[in-house]
Write a protein that binds this ligand. Sequence first.
Ligand code: ZN
Length: 125
Amino acid sequence: MRQQGQQHPTPGSAAAMKFRTRINPAIEARIPKMADIEEHGQFVVVTCGLCRKSHRYYPRDIQALLGNVPFLNIEQYFHCVTCDEGLYMKAKLETPSAKERNGLVVRRLVEVKTVRRPVWRDEKL
Ligand SMILES: [Zn+2]
């Protein structure tokens, strides 16, 4: 089993922040950000290409975790808990009608836990 948070950063982890893509600011300005997506009543749907499992998120929850990030390579912040992989995640926007919204399952952010993980080093005396 792979060590979580290393090759496949979980949302909001320090490792995830390092993976943040740098793009031309003029282009970035035209990409909708989480607050815009929220305003348009859209959802972010992240699918694992390996096991095909999908989850639907409120942009406001992603914003709470990552800040008002643009909808660009957003999948890099997600990790599939089913197959313990983060390499095959794909994100898309979903715009359900009022009728379609009825009964939709949305994965909500409950809390952000800070994980204590020991880091060891061998020292020569
Ligand atoms: Zn998966």
